[in-house]
Design a protein. Structure first.
Length: 539
């Protein structure tokens, strides 16, 4: 069979019929043999940990990334689609880093594919000379409001089984959740930070490998887009500890070579997604690892410091404001979604929310009408009413709710925040950490600390009228978001469903649902949003 015929046949399987009907065929296709079997030797290191990411324009740009145990010869991607066959090769860039703890060299490869057709299924092979290929597929995003789609999100996943000394978290649910997400066939998935907790492991490279190998059964078929949490801060791997994260992912350009990948944006249909790195603005000392302190060679002599608050010196915030201004005035964008790690509100005595986020980011979310924030860090599920501004008289910038209907929300009134931190960590937020009655918990500062001793957090409680729903009993879960770009009557909506599972259970059931809906077109309240909050943003 010719390559073109092979691609064409597979795409008939993949694209024929509605998504629901195609899913079993697609799944069968995934478990089948690689696209092209070659008789070559397997002496060379094979591609592993394959995953895809959207570029800045999801309708036309996708990156394929992978790792190898040693330097690969001629790393490249062979791309095909039903119309053109396997006519296209794209060379991959090699990016390498050395793990400061162990001295291991990690080889990663990234092939950037541009000029793709929107809303189109592609097949690809990852190739090294002398190694068997690894096949995958992806679908590009729709253009504009042409078609609805689904995305999913969770944070704080960890890995499915312990590695090394077992210092980092690992649960069966960290594996089960991959299948649960994949079964919903999302166009893409958002990972809200604390990906695999490599920073507290004695074997960080193996931890990353376990993470990508676990997620690969979904992430090589659909983008799993990350944001960096405090546990991506692996002190001594680069100036802020993010070198592994930055090297392993190929993310849209943010204009800064130094901070590439730490924050970025991409567009899918009428949705603009902004991924942020909250360690830049948080007051808490979240990246500290006593294992790295005690075992990274030269930790003290080199002045390594995991407390990185303010590291971008305002660069990220300036980028965010420019991006928000662009998105909010774009006639193409109806929804602005922020993906970040630490939270602006929480009603659990777990980590707590962080005042730094309220000072630096929330005024911008208010000024430019961010619709939705997805986060993690707190290892449970909670969501807010739309919030904008602060409660009168609040000294800690407690966000003010602008609605009281937990089921249907008009995000012209404010931003909905979601904590989706039940990805799989072995310590979910315990029931005893929730206040009754329902208070908010906020980190307002830190006590003395140093690179050798974590700064203790200083917390206060506050009223929590912003809290619309929290799940105290279901430790693990994720959310799905069904985007309907155009509805009868001239509205657009996103239907949100939270799926939860018991510890040790692969059964994820829908437990909570709400709808965000607003009219299409210019937002009548937009002008009202700007002045008062933009001025307070510099606090
Ligand atoms: Fe976490
Ligand atoms: Fe965290």
């Amino acid at each position: 069979m010719s390559d073109a015929a092979e691609v064409s046949r597979r795409n008939v399987l993949i694209t024929g019929g509605v998504a629901a009907a195609a899913a079993p065929l697609l799944r069968g296709h995934r478990t089948g043999p690689a696209l092209i079997l070659r008789p070559e030797t397997v002496a060379a290191p094979p591609p592993e940990q394959v995953h895809v990411q959207f570029g800045a324009d999801a309708a036309s740009q996708v990156a394929v990334s992978w790792a190898a145990a040693a330097a690969a010869a001629r790393p490249r991607v062979r791309l095909g689609d039903a119309e053109h066959g396997f006519g296209r090769y794209e060379e991959a860039e090699e990016r390498v880093y050395t793990e400061a703890l162990t001295g291991e060299i990690v080889y990663t490869y990234h092939a950037r594919l541009g000029f793709l057709a929107p809303d189109t299924e592609y097949v690809y092979e990852v190739l090294h000379d002398g190694a068997p290929p690894v096949a995958g597929t992806f679908r590009t995003g729709p253009r504009g409001r042409s078609r609805g789609f689904r995305f999913t999100s969770f944070g704080d996943q960890s890995i499915p089984a312990p590695v090394g000394l077992g210092l980092g978290p690992a649960t069966a649910n960290a594996g089960y959740i991959v299948d649960a997400v994949d079964a919903l066939d999302p166009l893409f998935h958002l990972m809200n930070g604390d990906l695999c907790y490599a920073n507290i492991s004695d074997v960080p490279v193996a931890t990353w490998a376990s993470f990508f190998t676990n997620n690969m059964r979904s992430a090589r078929y659909r983008p799993w887009m990350p944001t960096a949490g405090n546990h991506e801060n692996e002190v001594a791997n680069g100036p802020q500890g993010y070198l592994a994260y930055q090297t392993r992912f190929e993310l849209p350009d943010n204009g800064s070579a130094q901070f590439r990948g730490n924050w970025y944006a991409f567009t899918v249909g009428p949705v603009r997604v902004l991924a942020l790195n909250n360690d830049d603005v948080c007051l808490q000392d979240g990246g500290f690892s006593s294992y790295r302190r005690d075992h990274v060679p030269g930790y003290q002599a080199n002045g390594d410091n995991p407390y990185i608050t303010g590291y971008s010196q305002g660069l990220q915030r300036a980028w965010l404001e420019a991006e928000l201004a662009l998105a909010r005035t774009s006639p193409e964008i109806d929804w602005i979604v922020v993906c970040m790690h630490q939270v602006a509100m929480s009603s659990a005595h777990f980590n707590g929310a962080d005042l730094g986020i309220r000072q630096q980011f929330l005024p911008l979310f208010d000024a430019y009408g961010v619709d939705l924030v997805v986060a993690g860090h707190e290892h449970h599920f909670e969501r807010t009413f739309p919030v904008r501004g602060v409660l009168p008289g609040s000294t800690v910038l407690t966000p003010a709710p602008r609605g009281s209907d937990p089921a249907e929300i008009d995000t012209r009134d404010g931003t909905v925040h979601m904590i989706i931190g039940g990805g799989g960590h072995s310590t979910p937020t315990p029931l005893s950490d929730f206040d009754v009655p329902h208070d908010g918990v906020l980190i307002v500062g830190v006590g003395p600390g140093s690179p050798q001793a974590q700064h203790p957090t200083i917390t206060v409680t506050e009223p929590a009228p912003w809290s619309a729903y929290r799940d105290l009993r279901t430790p693990y879960g994720f959310a799905s978001f069904d985007v309907t770009p155009v509805e009868h009557g001239g509205t657009t909506s996103i239907t949100v469903t939270h799926y939860g599972a018991a510890a040790g259970s692969p059964g994820y059931a829908p437990l909570d649902q709400f709808v965000m809906r607003k009219p299409l077109g210019p937002e009548p309240r937009r002008a009202e949003r700007r002045p008062e909050r933009a001025g307070s943003a510099a606090r």
